[in-house]
Design a protein around this ligand. Structure first.
Ligand code: URA
Length: 230
């Protein structure tokens, strides 16, 4: 978005006052004073007016590499919430898009845009999620077909939707599912007599966990990542 429009949208300045503020050197983007009113502001930029950061009214979209021991809800007496790892203003406005178990690691999306998160979590959208799975027992190749066809989970009446399993070694596989049933991956492997020892989410739709992010680190999503879910 143009810098003058950004200022106008996120402060009480009119467009012409925003332009004056920019050309007279009152605005900086990140650490640099910007005098060009047409400068393009990116979602991840921090814009300052007389040294005070302007908070955007627009939505925020983040990815986090969830570490072990954190939960994906806001309240738990034992474990901290993943939101504690996000050091941004107005953190209480953010919510977590779907859940991972406390002992699952990897990609978590966080936003304050309810419509966007609904598009990801709604069962009607069949959004693909991929998991790196470490298993206790060797994986037999016939499971690939079973997962593809769909199988009944304990205490459920409806079989799972087709899932793709790619074997990577005797006890490692990549599983892609399009649902988000309770403990789904662990229960799918339990249904075929195996046990998940470690679970790591690598992607949601076409958003892939950034390999640069260490455990507990996060970054803002790019425009392409955000719009890929539209
Ligand atoms: N399936 C599980 O069993 N656990 C998760 O955290 C995510 C998917």
């Amino acid at each position: 978005m143009r810098l003058d429009k950004y200022i106008c949208q996120n402060t009480n300045l009119t467009r012409s006052l925003a332009k004056k503020a920019i050309s007279s050197g009152q605005i900086s983007v990140n650490l640099e004073c910007i005098k060009n009113t047409a400068f393009k502001v990116k979602r991840s930029d921090q814009v300052f007016y007389f040294g005070e950061q302007i908070s955007t009214l627009g939505h925020r979209y983040l990815m986090l590499n969830k570490p072990l021991g954190y939960i994906c809800s806001t309240q738990d007496e034992v474990h901290p919430s993943v939101l504690n790892l996000i050091d941004v203003d107005k953190r209480d406005r953010l919510h977590i898009v779907g859940r991972l178990d406390v002992d699952t690691t990897g990609l978590v999306l966080i936003t304050d845009d309810g419509q966007w998160s609904h598009r990801i979590t709604s069962p009607k959208k069949n959004c693909q999620k991929s998991y790196q799975v470490d298993l206790a027992e060797n994986i037999s190749a016939d499971i690939i077909e079973l997962f593809k066809k769909g199988l009944l989970l304990k205490n459920e009446l409806k079989p799972t939707l087709p899932a793709q399993l790619v074997l990577q070694s005797k006890q490692k596989a990549l599983l892609s599912i399009q649902e988000g049933r309770y403990h789904q991956v662990k229960r799918m492997f339990a249904a075929v007599g195996n046990h998940v020892e470690a679970l790591h989410r690598v992607s949601i739709g076409s958003i892939t966990l950034d390999v640069q992010l260490g455990d507990g680190e996060w970054r803002y999503l790019t425009e392409d990542e955000i719009t890929s879910m539209n």
